[in-house]
Design a protein around this ligand. Sequence first.
Ligand code: 5GP
Ligand code: MG
Ligand code: MG
Length: 178
Amino acid sequence: MKTVTIKDKEFSIFISADQIQQAVENVAEQINWDLAGKNPIFLVVLNGAFMFAADLMRHVTIPCEITFIKLSSYEGTQSTGVVKEIFGLNESVVNRTVVVVEDIVDTGITMERIVNSLQEKGATDIRVATFFLKPDSLQREVPLNYVALKIPNQFIVGYGLDYDGYGRNLREIYVLNS
Ligand code: 5GP
Ligand code: MG
Ligand code: MG
């Protein structure tokens, strides 16, 4: 079993590069079918989704725009905890089909914030393409139109996902050894 050490933790191989590519192609096929004629704008959520997005967009053949956003986190003035706002979206989303491209939806709290924010900005058709979904962790009702892979509630790294900033460059997915 292939293992890697990232910083102070050991991880084992979980999903191969071939399995990842197959899952990406399946998502692209659905998108090409569903969104033909809709001229969507893809919003890639940095940093984690950079690798998924690069692979996905190579298989998306319909006319579309692609842009990149970050989430700026800051402590809210109330006791609601961390508030995330979209940063770096210069294109108008008014009356548009928007596809949010994410690495992983875990609790769904981040995605809920993104979707609410896009609604406020006037997007009419908001869809989500996420590489991973952890169905057992989901706490929010969010659109989940295109899910490449569903995984159990374990901590993973690779293919854009990091452990403390490291591991994003790995072309396979690794799971934390317990
Ligand atoms: P949420 O809980 O809001 O759906 O997910 C928030 C963020 O937690 C994700 O965008 C991702 O950055 C991080 N995250 C959730 N699960 C994992 C995981 O298994 N591995 C890594 N590296 N990050 C994760
Ligand atoms: Mg993410
Ligand atoms: Mg992270």
